[in-house]
Design a protein around this ligand. Structure first.
Ligand SMILES: Nc1ncnc2c1ncn2[C@@H]1O[C@H](COP(=O)(O)OP(=O)(O)OP(=O)(O)O)[C@@H](O)[C@H]1O
Length: 661
């Protein structure tokens, strides 16, 4: 029986694995007891843009990576196999709705007979090749995170969510490692197979009936790979349609397949019942030796290592005929032509003809948009909770910032210990030098903030596109989880030590304004780092992008270069300089209202020493600094505005992150 013999499934009825009959004793003979979805696709052609850059030119060309691919995937185990680069992952991505619809030139996808668009990813599960999990959390905590955000609050209370997590742990056999951390680059965690199970569990929480997996056995040893495939097999027997790509599995895994699709260079060379595949290749003249793994045999046939031993008259005639008509098959390889002439292809076409297209896949080019099961505040709480756990279990950054802050505060305290109140030292060489040092420290000492969104970029794309949370909830949770432990707490320590060691104005109000000015300087610099972090995906580029504007801001901040002597066309930079506002705020706060002494010695008949009282405002006036109340606060407001603008654009950049594969 062929896979093309589709049956309509009445809800609740018992479904046979249509066309997948195997000899007695084979595991494929098990019957499905629950109906599952059928995914069909017709004439899928997908193009990508390839840009080749040379020193002087840039050339763009289009490459067709899927060519008129059609098939039907029914409840059970549906394998996609082919040599590397044959288009397996691309086909999965297109079917699951994760590939940019702009590249889809032709073709339609049908779910249970109805045309669907690229939003299929919202109602199916896709387990990607690499496991994308939070390494500092345990298996159970990762599953709880998925359950908490992906199960609707209205239909599942916390106890029910917990029950579902326990059920998934049980189903996937994760009891032994449920409370073990996944592991990071510094922390040894669960094994590769357990990680893969956990990744599958993250998706199973929502009980999807259509599951895509991209090479689920890659990187696993033979036994673990076998165990994972057995697990998928069990799931498929509960009425799930499991579609996966796979690389050279062993025979025991092959025996679990119900349907096999073989691909080469973006084309299908066989799609039909897995157990009929060797028979099909025999019929077109390729002999599989006894004891050879059929999957190795297929790959050898594709690569040309096994030659056609006796082309059947039927297939030879087919090739000639197809050669003259077909435009879709590749010029050299006859395998797609044989397939196009086979009964499997014919039956598939008949079945596809019965499907009614309601909506063209081509028309759907809108951006991927997730729908959410939980409220914004629930998401904010859950993601913040995870961030706190992550920081507590991975405290290097927070401890580093605290140590750095303490070290620099003591250093600045020692260099400018108890600054004098006598002129001329009181200004340029002590207070102003110290303030410049403090501002530099707040700006350059927080460059670690550029890692905020880069570190978790893959995790964010993975989770946000699957509807775990809104970008806004993630953004706020991340920003606060970084600002409070890594910036504000070290800053409070820094301010207290440096202020009293330097012996600045003995006034509580002045101290709090000093802390406020440094905090806003810090937050403005960190927000700019967040913006860069949300805009690029590599540290190297981020470091360049953040260091360059900071250096410009420092040079044109007014302390190193006299702004009056500066080129006019560059002087505007001071208006966006964190240094300019930070320095001004600290200087006004310290000098306004303070009195300094100028010592004079006069020589004549008597040598006498004169003390002249010089108000701090004299210096401020000389420098053209507005020291009125608003003159001070405008610096704080400017720093706040810079922070808000940088944060706003950082959020926009996160929204713009490309979620398509
Ligand atoms: N976005 C893209 N830009 C350029 N080329 C692409 C893109 N996506 C896929 N390709 C190309 O399409 C072809 C098929 O890639 P795909 O990843 O689907 O193959 P695969 O069979 O899954 O390979 P592997 O087994 O190595 O993962 C490859 O030649 C790949 O380089």
């Amino acid at each position: 029986m062929s896979c093309a013999n589709d049956q309509k499934v009445a809800p609740g009825s018992t479904v046979d694995l249509q066309g997948y009959t195997l000899p007695a004793g084979n595991s494929r003979c098990q019957k499905l007891t629950v109906p599952g979805p059928t995914l069909a696709f017709q004439n899928i052609s997908y193009f990508v843009h390839i840009t080749t850059r040379s020193f002087f030119s840039k050339e763009a060309e289009e490459k067709e990576i899927l060519r008129n691919v059609s098939g039907i995937m029914k409840p059970g185990m549906n394998a996609i196999l082919g040599p590397t680069g044959s288009g397996k992952t691309s086909l999965l991505d297109v079917l699951a709705g994760w590939k940019d619809p702009k590249g889809l030139r032709n073709g339609q996808i049908f779910m249970d007979g109805k045309a669907v668009n690229s939003k299929l990813h919202l109602c199916s599960a896709y387990i990607v090749q690499e496991d994308i999990l939070m390494g500092t959390l345990t298996v159970r905590e990762n599953l709880q995170f998925s359950a908490s955000l992906r199960l609707p609050q209205s239909r599942n209370n916390e106890a029910e969510k917990q029950l579902k997590v326990n059920a998934v742990i049980q189903e996937l056999g994760l009891q032994e490692c449920a409370d073990t951390k996944i592991g990071t680059e510094f922390l040894r965690g669960v094994s590769g197979g357990e990680k893969k199970r956990c990744s599958i569990g993250m998706e199973l929480i929502t009980a999807p009936s259509l599951i895509f997996l991209d090479e689920p056995t890659t990187g696993l040893d033979a036994n673990t790979a076998n165990a994972i495939m057995q697990l998928l097999h069990q799931l498929s027997r509960k009425g799930k349609t499991v579609i996966f790509s796979i690389h050279q599995p062993r025979y025991s895994i092959f025996r679990l397949f119900d349907h096999l699709m073989l691909m080469n260079k973006g084309e299908i060379i066989y799609a039909g019942p897995a157990e009929e595949s060797t028979g099909y290749f025999n019929s077109i003249g390729y002999q599989c030796e006894a004891f050879n793994n059929p999957l190795d045999f297929f790959l050898d046939v594709i690569s040309g290592e096994i030659m056609q031993s006796r082309p059947s008259p039927e297939s030879a005639a087919s090739v000639e005929e197809t050669d003259s008509h077909s435009h879709s098959c590749s010029d050299k390889n006859p395998l797609p032509m044989y397939y196009h002439k086979s009964r499997y292809y014919e039956q598939l076409q008949q079945e596809l003809e019965n499907l009614q297209p309601f909506e063209s896949h081509l028309r759907d080019t809108g951006a991927t948009k997730a729908t959410y099961a939980t409220s914004f505040f629930h998401q904010l709480y859950t993601v913040s909770n995870r961030n706190v756990k992550n920081i507590l279990r991975n405290p290097q950054t927070s401890i580093g910032q605290l140590l750095l802050g303490t070290f620099f505060s003591v250093l600045v305290g020692l260099i400018f210990y108890q600054v004098p109140a006598t002129l001329p030292e009181a200004f340029q060489n002590s207070r102003l030098g110290a303030f410049f040092f403090l501002v530099i420290n707040q700006v350059f000492g927080n460059l670690s903030a550029v890692e905020l969104f880069i570190n978790e970029r893959r995790l964010f794309i993975h989770e946000s596109s699957r509807g775990y949370y809104r970008t806004s909830a993630y953004f706020l949770a991340k920003v606060f989880a970084d600002l409070i432990p890594n910036r504000i707490i070290p800053l409070l320590m820094f301010s207290a030590i440096s202020y009293f060691m330097m012996g600045l104005k003995q006034d509580a109000g002045a101290f709090f304004l000093y802390v406020l000015s440094l905090s806003l300087t810090n937050v403005a610099a960190v927000s700019m780092a967040f913006l860069v972090s949300a805009s690029v995906s590599t540290f190297a580029i981020a470091n360049v992008l953040i260091a360059l504007p900071f250096v410009f801001m420092m040079v044109f901040g007014g302390f190193l270069v006299n702004l009056n002597s500066m080129l006019n066309w560059l002087s505007w930079i001071k208006w966006i300089s964190i240094f300019h506002y930070g320095m001004n705020a600290l200087t006004i706060n310290e000098l306004k209202g303070a009195v300094f002494h100028l010592n004079f010695s006069t020589t004549g008949t008597h040598t006498s020493i004169l003390f002249i009282r010089v108000p701090g405002e004299v210096y401020l006036q000389q420098q053209g600094i507005d020291y009125s109340a608003w003159g001070f606060w405008e610096n704080e407001v400017a720093l706040l505005c810079l922070s808000l603008v940088f944060l706003f654009f950082a959020y926009i950049q996160l929204l713009r992150v490309n979620r398509w594969k």
